[in-house]
Write a protein that binds this ligand. Structure first.
Ligand code: ZN
Length: 238
């Protein structure tokens, strides 16, 4: 189903797609298949996007449970926010630097994002840590990358896309200054320190509101969380 492959590879160039097909064909050949199957494409996509599986990495039962809880958090939050992209796959097989992964598939190519969509996606990103907090009661380092992405998205909403009522429809991007001496960075903010503080506060507000949303959803769906976690522990990939 090429439309599923296409939806799972947004932003891929022709060369990236060629690489994907190549990886899928290599796998199919290794398995002695006569043709390239959908599973081969799935496998190739994960490898190209996230690095090879690290099955040699043995996680303790407790670590597996934490990873499963974290990933289930992303998935359940995404499932209960209509504006979020639907879930395609959840895995707790370590890959590259990641111990687990939840993949969403956009329904169509998006070039223009609504504020609701961005807020939904930030809530999904925070769903992992929120699940650890709510269901395990302690937190791990596993959410570092989620926070980075969520903060960057929230910051862009404020400084670039005029989506903060308080900061208004202004661009606060640091502009590169053609007159800067070469030893200076060349990028400098065109606003006061006071404004910088306000921007930081607004970014924080957006992220905290999304966290609250994630908390509400996870607290209200503990039973579904439990089922997804158990299914992940049993099958590793959903
Ligand atoms: Zn995560």
């Amino acid at each position: 189903d090429l439309s599923v492959v296409a939806r799972g590879t947004p932003g891929f160039s022709g060369a990236d797609l060629a690489n994907l097909v190549n990886e899928a064909a290599l796998l199919a050949a290794r398995l002695g298949r006569k043709g390239v199957a959908m599973e081969d494409f799935e496998f190739a996509k994960d490898k190209v996007m996230m690095g090879s599986e690290r099955r040699s990495l043995i996680l303790s039962e407790q670590d597996k449970k934490i990873v499963a809880t974290h990933e289930a958090g992303h998935a359940v939050v995404a499932s209960f926010i209509p504006d979020a992209d639907p879930i395609h796959k959840i895995t707790i097989v370590p890959r590259g630097m990641a111990l687990g992964l939840t993949q969403q598939l956009p329904m169509d190519d998006k070039y223009n994002y609504s504020k609701e969509y961005l807020e939904a996606e930030i809530a999904v990103m925070l769903g992992g840590r929120t699940a650890e907090e709510t269901l395990i009661g302690s937190v791990t380092t596993g959410a570092g990358n989620d926070f980075e992405k969520a903060t960057e998205m929230a910051r862009n909403m404020v400084v670039a896309w005029g989506m903060s009522e308080k900061m208004g429809p202004l661009s606060y991007r640091a502009e590169s200054n053609p007159f800067a001496a070469f030893w200076e960075s060349g990028a400098r903010a065109q606003y006061s320190e006071e404004t910088a503080r306000e921007i930081d506060e607004e970014v924080k507000c957006i992220v905290l509101a999304a966290q609250e949303k994630a908390r509400e959803i996870i607290s209200a769906h503990k039973e579904q969380m439990g089922r997804v976690i158990q299914a992940l522990l049993d099958r590793e990939v959903l």
